[in-house]
Design a protein around this ligand. Structure first.
Ligand code: BG6
Ligand code: MG
Ligand code: MG
Length: 219
């Protein structure tokens, strides 16, 4: 039986990818590095430190660890400042409706995000109240595609993975859900999340009715 839902944040509840892009782009420009939306796409779902390493690799740059941390912190300061502009108008279409519906139907709901800024994003959206448990980039050491963040969330919900559905927009996020033994819903194109149990192009189509009808035997 499905008793819980675990949501990724960026790309599922709200779209902060553009804000991440702008902050990385400002850092890259300052460093004289190449960075575009195609490279930004590779950062979907992965941690801040993994992200800067992808960008450095793309530019064939190597730096010592403390400099990397310093640069990642600089990017983060820009990103966090830009979060002040996020408002309750910035849910992805359908996301707030689904969260509300899950609340009224009595499901347990957790966040399972790689971001260390997840609490701030939820506050800006006024979304904190939808979640029984918040798992974020500060909760576990190993980031996606490791299943740790979802296992953390499920444990806090006191539910086994088989009783939970994970919502994810990232390829590595679906990998993480599967590695943990969770049911999975992919949000986005086939080439990115086609390996999820079920897939919707956007959150707008991912209603509780649709999800229930796909996982019929589990409800
Ligand atoms: C994820 C995003 O939610 O958080 C990634 O999809 C991002 O793109 C990651 O790199 C880490 O975010 P933060 O806020 O800890 O730098
Ligand atoms: Mg995401
Ligand atoms: Mg995420």
């Amino acid at each position: 039986m499905i008793k819980g839902f675990i949501f990724d944040l960026d790309g599922v509840i709200t779209d902060t990818a553009e804000l991440h892009y702008e902050a990385w782009k400002a850092l890259a420009d300052e460093m004289g590095w190449n960075f575009d939306r195609e490279v930004n796409e590779k950062l979907r779902g992965i941690s801040r430190m993994d992200s800067i390493k992808v960008i450095m690799q793309h530019n064939k740059v190597s730096l010592d660890e403390s400099t990397i941390v310093e640069l990642a912190t600089k990017k983060n300061d820009l990103y966090v400042a830009s979060l002040d502009n996020v408002t309750p108008e910035d849910y992805l279409p359908g996301a707030r409706e689904l969260l509300t519906h899950l609340r009224t139907e009595g499901f347990s709901v957790a966040l399972g995000s790689a971001s260390k800024n997840a609490e701030k994003v939820l506050q800006q959206l006024n979304a904190t109240g939808y979640f029984d448990v918040i798992g974020d980039g500060n909760s576990v050491a190993k980031s996606k595609p490791a299943p740790d963040i979802f296992l953390y969330a499920a444990e806090k919900l006191q539910l086994p993975p088989a009783n939970c559905i994970v919502f994810e927009d990232a390829e590595k996020g679906i990998d993480a859900a599967k590695a943990g033994g969770f049911h999975s819903v992919g949000i986005g194109p086939e080439e990115r999340v086609g390996h999820a149990d079920i897939r919707f192009n956007t959150m707008k189509e991912a209603t509780l009715f649709e999800v229930k009808s796909h996982f019929k035997e589990l409800f």
